[in-house]
Design a protein around this ligand. Structure first.
Ligand SMILES: [Zn+2]
Length: 269
């Protein structure tokens, strides 16, 4: 039986080599929940997931490059409790471009943004690359989790990262999500579709009251790299129960990393 599994794994790997990169990614993602995952390691890269023996507690064992996931001292997400009131300046957001595509990458639904939208921090341009979602929320605020959290990921040309996060409560249907997620139920893992959000619609995913918390953290997915500048809005948006369910049923598992230790981090408000 063992031999049979190995053989089929080799056959699968050979098949993968002849298919497109996208299909390859799809197969990888499918293996996330596959019990034979460990047997594939010599054939292609081991992959991380949100459950089981490659779940959050084991991310640093999946690959050497993921060591920060267990060794880091400024990891995300966290339970946000403000430690310093410094009267933060409003975020200098200059979003002028809309979405290009939407993709199900096997871990989340991600909306890619056309070049040109910028968050300015201390004179540096952090370009908006994409936003994606976690159900339920990853960060907590004063001990409270939310049913949905969006992460707007920005990067400088030399690779510095800044995230702006928005919490969603269950309530009225969110019209921007309704438009963005229209194709989500039919999106296969690894598949990309056009997603016609305007810059104004992207901005409309953020609350009008722009008060926020600021702290240093990490990527919430492997390789869990640190020195990520986090900005989490205090005010929430809404999404309907149906919208949250649509997202959840796409993956049928929660895609949130558990809360990490704050350690001696300062959380500004
Ligand atoms: Zn995220």
């Amino acid at each position: 039986m063992k031999k049979l599994i190995t053989l089929s794994a080799i056959a699968l790997s050979t098949l993968l080599l002849t298919t497109t990169a996208q299909a390859n990614e799809e197969a990888h993602a499918k293996h996330d929940t596959n019990a034979t995952e460990a047997k594939h390691e010599t054939h292609h890269e081991k992959h991380w997931a949100y459950m089981g023996n490659v779940g959050p507690k084991h991310w640093s064992e999946v690959k050497k490059e993921f060591n920060m996931c267990s060794e880091g001292k400024q990891q995300s997400p966290i339970n946000i409790v403000a430690s310093k009131d410094i009267d933060l300046k409003p975020l200098d957001l200059n979003y002028t471009t809309g979405s290009s595509t939407i993709i199900n990458n096997g871990h989340t639904i991600q909306v890619n943004i056309a070049d040109g939208s910028v968050l300015k921090i201390d004179g540096a341009d952090y370009k908006l690359k994409q936003f994606h979602f976690h159900v339920p929320s990853e960060n907590n605020i004063n001990g409270q989790a939310y049913p949905l959290e969006a992460h707007f990921v920005h990067a400088t040309d030399d690779g510095k990262l800044a995230v702006v996060a928005v919490m969603f409560e269950e309530g009225a249907e969110n019209p921007v999500l309704a438009k963005a997620w229209k194709k989500v139920p039919s999106l296969k893992v690894g598949e990309e579709a056009k997603c016609g959000l305007s810059a104004d619609e992207v901005k409309a995913l953020m609350p009008e009251n722009k008060d926020y918390y600021k702290f240093m953290g990490s990527l919430t997915t492997p390789p869990c790299s640190e020195n990520v500048k986090w900005h989490v809005y205090k005010n929430t948006m809404t999404a309907s129960k149906e919208q949250i369910n649509t997202f959840f049923s796409t993956f049928s598992f929660p895609n949130n990393r558990p809360v990490q230790a704050t350690n001696d981090r300062e959380i500004d408000e």
